[in-house]
Design a protein. Structure first.
Length: 461
């Protein structure tokens, strides 16, 4: 029988904070799953030059802030940030958009490294490159000649050199090498685009060396109206060979990159429940079968005249060459996050706008939704509270991970302390009065208005 734990990760010392801590990300140390790092758009509480990460060493029960990320932007923290532990050795990797550069309208991607979760020193900068968007980090470890090496992948939207912007920066040995630690950009878009690809480039890594990369190939743009194809590429040698990410060719046009879906429509930066839409994507591979891979994305069904924003999930059983029709659709949902555990159980977390609420849910299925999945609501709260302080409100993504049989995830949401908002239960660190549905400052008396907080969850087998 599985158990579910939900934790508001804002530390007690920040009980008085009211920032919009949106767009969360998560890393769990596979060698020691009690070691967890979470991120969000959280500023350094002391106004220092380094943005914080959230750190837990007890499996997510308690959290502290550790300011180790270069380029804190006053009042925001870092720009986009994702994190990942290597599967051996404990090194932590991050991809960020430097917040200080963003204050000057510069999208400066930096790839960072820390030797372990225990490090309190600023993270090392391995790569720094401008004209980038939404770095997404996935790390693994492999044995080479009897030694363990960290293979690290950073999906990113490299808008500088050409209109084929979907890119993966790859290092075959990133653990201890000096900057740039072997990282080099690999363009993965092979078709023409309407100026660029979509912001999300997502990675799925199998321990046997197969690595998938998914992106949205923008084929037509007219103002905010975007028509795109969902594309998956694959590398069977860990992305470190002479021709990286060229092992999957489309059956229809014989171009590298299999199109999962074509001519999908979004109105980019359209709004739903105070949040922006247009860049939702996730991919996950079964750890027991490198050929079994799942993908999720969102689009507006009906095109320009359509009204809903639909989440789609599809499945491939032949290494991404052919894909099922939709195995799951969810209307008015965003932020899909997929993971597959060691028993081939598929997890899908997402946020759905329904009945004027944002509902964050986790579904698990053992048969690709052929029978109804187990659905657990993690959080539900009015979508108009608090009033947005800017975009994104909840964020452009969440993250779901699997370690063994367990699922670990993170989301952002309205932090009103009301048990009705948390059907699976919740634990707060910051001071909160659940009887009167009121946040309280450090003195446990002064009232604090609701805001957006990051929440951690763990579904244990």
């Amino acid at each position: 029988m599985s158990t579910l734990k939900v934790v508001n990760i804002t530390p007690v010392a920040l009980s008085g904070e009211t920032t919009q801590d949106a767009e969360p990300n998560l890393a769990v140390n596979p060698e020691k799953p009690t070691e967890i790092v979470a991120t969000a758009f959280t500023p350094d509480p002391m106004g220092g030059p380094f943005a914080p990460v959230y750190v837990s060493t007890d499996g997510g029960d308690t959290w502290v802030l550790r300011s180790i990320v270069p380029g804190d932007a006053n009042g925001i923290g870092t720009g986009d940030i994702s994190v990942s532990f290597a599967s051996e050795g404990g090194a932590l990797y991050a991809g960020i958009l430097n917040g200080k550069a963003a204050e000057h309208n510069i999208l400066r991607m930096q790839i960072l490294r820390a030797p372990s979760i225990a490090s309190t020193a600023p993270m090392d900068i391995l790569v720094s490159r401008d004209a980038e968007d939404q770095p997404w980090v996935v790390a693994g470890s492999v044995g080479v000649n009897g030694a363990s090496h960290d293979r690290v992948y950073v999906g990113n939207n490299n808008t500088g050199p050409s209109e084929k912007t979907a890119t993966v920066d790859v290092s075959g040995d990133a653990r201890t090498a000096p900057a740039p630690a072997g990282f080099a950009p690999v363009p993965i878009e092979r078709r023409g685009t309407a100026g660029q690809d979509g912001p999300p480039i997502r990675i799925a890594l199998h321990s046997g060396g197969t690595v998938y990369a998914a992106f949205e190939s923008w084929q037509n743009t007219q103002g905010p109206n975007v028509t795109f194809d969902v594309v998956v590429t694959r590398d069977d040698n860990g992305g470190v060979g002479a021709k990286p990410f060229q092992d999957l060719t489309d059956a229809a046009d014989n171009i590298v990159g299999q199109r999962v879906a074509t001519k999908r429509f979004v109105k980019f930066n359209a709004s739903m429940g105070q949040d922006r839409l247009g860049g939702d994507l996730s991919i996950a591979v079964d750890p027991t079968d490198a050929g079994s891979v799942y993908i999720a994305w969102c689009d507006r069904v009906g095109g320009l005249t359509g009204r809903d924003y639909t989440l789609h999930v599809r499945h491939s059983t032949d290494h991404g060459q052919t894909w099922s029709d939709d195995v799951r659709t969810i209307t008015n949902a965003k932020n899909p996050a997929l993971a597959v555990n060691s028993e081939s159980l598929v997890g899908l977390s997402y946020q759905q706008f329904t009945q004027a609420q944002w509902v964050t849910a986790l579904e698990t299925t053992a048969d690709s939704w052929q029978t109804p999945a187990q659905r657990q609501v993690l959080h539900q709260a009015p979508a108009n509270v608090p009033l947005t302080q800017g975009l994104p409100f909840l964020g452009d993504y969440m993250r779901l991970l699997s370690i063994g049989k367990d699922f670990y995830g993170v989301f952002s949401g309205n932090n009103t302390p009301d048990n009705a908002n948390f059907p699976a239960g919740v634990t707060y660190q910051r001071h909160a009065d659940f009887v009167h549905h009121q946040l309280l400052d450090l003195d446990n008396v002064t009232r604090v208005p609701p805001s957006i907080d990051p929440f951690f969850f763990h579904r244990a087998a």
